[in-house]
Design a protein around this ligand. Structure first.
Ligand SMILES: Cc1cc2nc3c(=O)[nH]c(=O)nc-3n(C[C@H](O)[C@H](O)[C@H](O)COP(=O)(O)O)c2cc1C
Length: 369
């Protein structure tokens, strides 16, 4: 499998670059016979697109989705579905100006070492956050199919810098959580914390700096006994997909790293028979044991690094003249990527979990509605 394809039966192949003609995704393995809601795909894309508020990059893109294959008589045919958006607001001038100058913690050096002079550096090319628009389009297909089985995937901003939304939310009330999140410019749930997070992002922006944060994702309704042990564990496959999102630096399931300082008596999730169903009283395992789902919500948290391209003066190297220099990067960038990562995390999770259910046979290859 190449570097740009993910999945086993439900596969996605990412195409396009930041300042090329388009960004796209080829989705193969979608069951035949599904009527896709194009409006829902567009809604997911709108959540990710740039220029949504003063807190995001000023690049203005409509990101209007176009499906160019795989649908006939309004239903999926089982053939590959290709979805694209065009790149319209392209400004490569800054990248020409800074060519040869290695942005600290960005891909200039690693991409140059791998691809040499052929690397498309315009807007960071294939390494741009813009390629995640393709992930979101694929995820919006997977999400719709999972919804038919009452499986919901919900992510929100858990923290920005040191401002943390520590509340524990009841995810069975999916619609209210969605409403809360969409009331918040930073896509958190606690509205007071939301205001503090906004203030913090505006502060770092005013100082030409950037800030990171945490995204929490909760999957409800996922059946028990799915996923493979060892190399196909749900944790492994979700982690791989999540790390394909640019700027992700960590992931933890359930109690995660905190488990390392807990006692077994604290960390163990006691089993309980409730309403005739086997459940656990709490969920420090994050819904997965032995790589296989236990029917509890699948819960994980993702660490998003602060945006690398900042306007503050930094030490670096001009590789064209082989000299140590200082730069102040003045291209367009997000002071905080976290709110725009939310739909991408949901999308990649949906892609992995639909693949898992297709492999298991839980979701058929031809859908009978
Ligand atoms: C939605 C989104 C938008 C992003 N926007 C920027 C940006 O404006 N400036 C920047 O330096 N990095 C941005 N990134 C992150 C870089 O693409 C990423 O840090 C870089 O490719 C290096 O990869 P790594 O951080 O995963 O190691 C963005 C990422 C995402 C997901």
């Amino acid at each position: 499998m190449g570097d740009n394809t993910l999945g086993t039966l439900f596969t996605i192949t990412s195409i396009g670059e930041s300042h090329g003609d388009l960004i796209g995704i080829i989705v193969d393995g979608t069951p035949a016979g599904i009527e896709l809601d194009l409006e829902l795909i567009q809604q997911e894309l709108d959540m990710r697109k740039p220029g949504q508020s003063s807190l995001t990059t000023p690049r203005m893109e409509k990101d209007k989705v176009k499906i160019v294959s795989g649908i006939f008589n309004k239903k999926t045919t089982g053939a590959p579905i290709c979805l694209i958006i065009e790149n319209k607001d392209v400004d490569s001038s800054k990248y020409e100006e800074f060519k040869g100058i290695l942005r600290p913690s960005h891909v200039d050096y690693s991409a140059l070492m791998k691809y040499g002079q052929y690397y498309d550096y315009r807007g960071s090319g294939r390494f741009s956050g813009r390629i995640t628009a393709g992930f979101v389009m694929a995820g919006a297909i997977a999400k719709q199919i999972l919804k038919k089985y009452n499986i919901t995937i919900f992510a929100y901003t858990k923290s920005i810098g040191n401002i943390i939304d520590e509340e524990v939310y009841n995810t069975s009330d999916y619609e209210s959580l969605l409403e809360l999140r969409e009331n918040s410019l930073v896509r958190t749930l606690n509205q007071e914390k939301s205001k503090l997070m906004e203030i913090l992002i505006n502060e770092v922006k005013a100082h030409k700096d950037s800030i990171g944060g945490l995204v929490k994702c909760i999957v409800s309704g996922f059946p028990a006994g799915k996923g493979g042990p060892i190399f196909n564990s749900i944790e492994s496959n979700i982690s791989k997909a999540i790390f394909s999102i640019p700027a992700i630096k960590g992931i933890e399931f359930g109690a995660g790293f905190k488990a390392s300082s807990m006692k077994g008596s604290e960390h163990n999730d006691p089993w309980i028979l409730k309403d005739g169903k086997i459940q656990t009283i709490k969920n420090d395992s994050g819904g997965i044991i032995g790589g296989i789902s236990i029917g509890m919500p699948i819960e994980f948290t993702v660490a998003v690094k602060p945006t690398a391209s900042i306007g503050i003066s930094q030490k670096t190297v001009n590789i064209d003249i082989m000299e140590n220099i200082k730069i102040e990067f003045s291209g367009r960038h997000d002071p905080c990527i976290v709110p725009r990562v939310i739909p991408v995390v949901e999308a990649m999770t949906s892609v992995v979990l639909l693949d898992c259910l297709l492999i298991d046979g839980f979701v058929p290859r031809v859908f009978k509605s």
